[in-house]
Ligand binder design. Structure first.
Ligand code: FES
Length: 102
């Protein structure tokens, strides 16, 4: 489970919204897909993340990088590029870009 966070940094967590709008977009399967690859210690289902029209939403902490309209087919790319490769994947934004309306 390679992640190249600096020493002392908080371990990464992947939060997958399990509230109703995201569930309607398949977030239960999305959560299962992340858990199957990364394990339960790193992945958790969470309450509404306040981006219901962009579901299913996934947030990677402590990076504060969001992925929206995520499908199960996107899971390998997010894991390989962001979690293992330490690069952001496609379809993501940060809290700063949200504030700028991007
Ligand atoms: S229902 Fe998932 S962000 Fe609100």
């Amino acid at each position: 489970m390679g992640s190249s966070l600096p020493p002392g940094a908080e371990p990464r967590q992947i939060w997958v919204c399990q509230h109703r709008n995201c569930q309607a977009q398949g977030s239960e399967g999305l959560l299962a897909a992340f858990v199957s690859v990364m394990g339960e210690a790193m992945v958790r289902g969470c309450e509404c993340q306040g981006q219901c029209n962009l579901g299913a939403t996934v947030r990677v902490l402590p990076d504060q990088v969001w992925y929206c309209r995520v499908k199960v087919a996107d899971v390998p790319e997010i894991i390989e590029t962001h979690i293992r490769g330490d690069r952001r994947s496609i379809g993501c934004f940060t809290l700063g870009s949200m504030a700028r309306g991007l």
